[in-house]
Write a protein that binds this ligand. Structure first.
Ligand SMILES: Nc1ncnc2c1ncn2[C@@H]1O[C@H](COP(=O)(O)OP(=O)(O)OP(=O)(O)O)[C@@H](O)[C@H]1O
Length: 451
């Protein structure tokens, strides 16, 4: 059982470089093993997977539509949700962040039920879309930092055109080049631009100045699933199931477009104001029709075929889903070991997983079928594809089409005041000291022509 130190720290990416290598080098020599076999049992009880009606209409930051700026709640405190509270199902009725729809109700509390009008449901429209216009820094008021990453940071910003709040990811070009992430960064933009799904972040557009790249996204107000998980230590079976099911739908969609996500972890899963997931950070997402070789991802979550520098495919995301479900149910990852990536890699290649006794038998069965190094046995990678995962007994009570429409209550509603730029669910970070928007010589201009 890991020490508490594990619980606090966010994990950073590991990447051997931006290229999909012709002759890959492994951080560790290959070995193989297969975890023990499965058991199955009765369906789960007390699922939070019940009806709700909620939707938030997106809005282009350039549109002059005024937001419904009515405060919809007052509880902005960072209450630590108890496990019992997590199982409450508040009737979150925050209206869409959309002037036409109006804004009427007050509700921001995470665990206090409230009542109000039902919203029409968001329809999933899996289709290609293009980002709208070009933006520049003058279109936004830059506010506090919401998160930092390996190559830059993400700011809360307010559009000067429609007063809505967005998140802008700022990447330092020099850092991206130094870390050999040019290709990944261009891919991130390309992948995000081509996807549209209820559980994936929306990219509105990109721009650049001489020093930085900027990506304008929707602001996802509820904070990281990582923070909620660490506060809760571990999630009850139905809560983990809810989040796992939403991730499964997102992976199913991405894989249907031949996109591998490659960086699944709670730090990259944000909660919207209703408590539904949005996957952010497409820094390692890539269109891969068959196989690829790049060593990238976050150590705890890497599949053995990535660690061993074998060619790999979408199956790595199903492995990572297994690690995610394990972490949600246990509060730690199965191969974690003293913080050294090398030791973690060794453990991954050994493939021995100790399942705590409190894991539901159905969950354990699914985990054993996902966290297996044998690609001919890994669920998601078989003939039935993602449907095999969705049809697993652990997910038996999930109504997938309703989940896709967000027509099912989330188990936890973040205590945010919707639509007013409430960033209370995000940790505080030291702010950037170098001014944005600098003109002048740009030695990297030719590397980022798409931005
Ligand atoms: N659309 C968003 N709305 C709100 N917060 C966001 C959004 N996108 C990112 N963040 C916050 O910023 C953090 C960093 O974002 P992101 O992971 O995309 O950056 P990164 O540089 O790729 O990070 P890393 O190197 O750790 O993967 C996220 O963990 C999250 O807390």
């Amino acid at each position: 059982m890991p020490t508490l130190g594990f619980l606090k720290k966010k994990r950073t990416k590991d990447s051997s470089g931006s290229k999909d290598l012709d002759s890959p080098t492994s951080p560790i020599k290959e070995s193989s093993s297969t975890p023990t076999s499965a058991t199955t049992s009765t369906p789960t009880q007390g699922s939070p997977l019940q009806d709700s009606n909620s939707a938030a209409k997106p809005a282009d930051p350039m549109s002059a539509t005024q937001q419904g700026n009515v405060a919809r709640g007052t509880d902005t405190s960072k209450n630590v949700p108890s496990i019992a509270n997590l199982l409450n199902k508040p009737d979150d009725q925050s209206p869409p962040n959309n002037a036409a729809a109006g804004a009427q109700n007050a509700n921001g509390g995470a665990v206090t039920p409230s009542s109000g009008d039902k919203m029409t449901q968001a329809q999933a429209q899996p289709q290609l879309r293009t980002t709208k216009g070009k933006y520049n820094l003058n279109d936004f008021d830059i506010q506090r930092t919401l998160g930092t990453g390996s190559f830059g940071r993400v700011h809360l910003v307010q559009s000067k055109h429609n007063q809505r709040y967005y998140a802008v990811k700022v990447l330092k070009k020099a850092q991206v080049v130094k870390m050999k992430q040019v290709e990944h960064t261009n891919d991130e933009r390309k992948m995000l631009q081509s996807v549209k799904h209820p559980f994936l972040i929306t990219l509105w557009g990109t721009f650049q100045d001489s020093k930085n790249l900027y990506m304008v996204m929707d602001f996802v107000e509820g904070g990281e699933l990582f923070s909620l998980l660490r506060k809760s230590q571990r999630f009850p079976n139905p809560v983990a199931k809810f989040y796992a099911a939403e991730v499964t739908l997102a992976l199913d969609y991405l894989h249907s477009m031949n996109i591998i996500y490659r960086d699944l972890k709670p730090e990259n899963l944000l909660l919207d104001r209703h408590g539904h997931l949005k996957i952010t950070d497409f820094g390692f997402a890539k269109e891969v029709p068959d196989i690829t070789w790049t060593l990238c991802g976050t150590p705890d979550y890497l599949a053995p075929e990535v660690v061993a520098s074998k060619g790999y495919n979408k199956s790595v995301d199903w492995w990572s889903l297994g690690i995610l479900i394990f972490e949600m149910l246990c509060g730690f990852t199965p191969f974690w070991d003293g913080g050294s990536p090398m030791k973690i890699y060794e453990n991954i290649l050994k493939g021995k997983v100790k399942y705590p006794p409190y894991i539901h038998p159905d969950a354990q069965d699914l985990l054993q079928k996902l966290i297996t190094s044998d690609l001919t046995k890994r669920l998601g990678n078989l003939h039935g594809g993602s449907k095999d995962v969705m049809n697993h007994p652990w997910f038996a009570e999930v109504t997938w089409d309703r989940l896709q429409k967000k027509d099912i209550d989330a188990p936890y509603v973040p205590p945010v005041r919707a639509g007013v730029g409430d960033a209370s669910q995000f940790d505080k970070y030291p702010e950037e000291t170098e001014a944005y928007g600098q003109m002048g010589e740009d030695p990297y201009a030719r590397m980022f022509t798409e931005f």
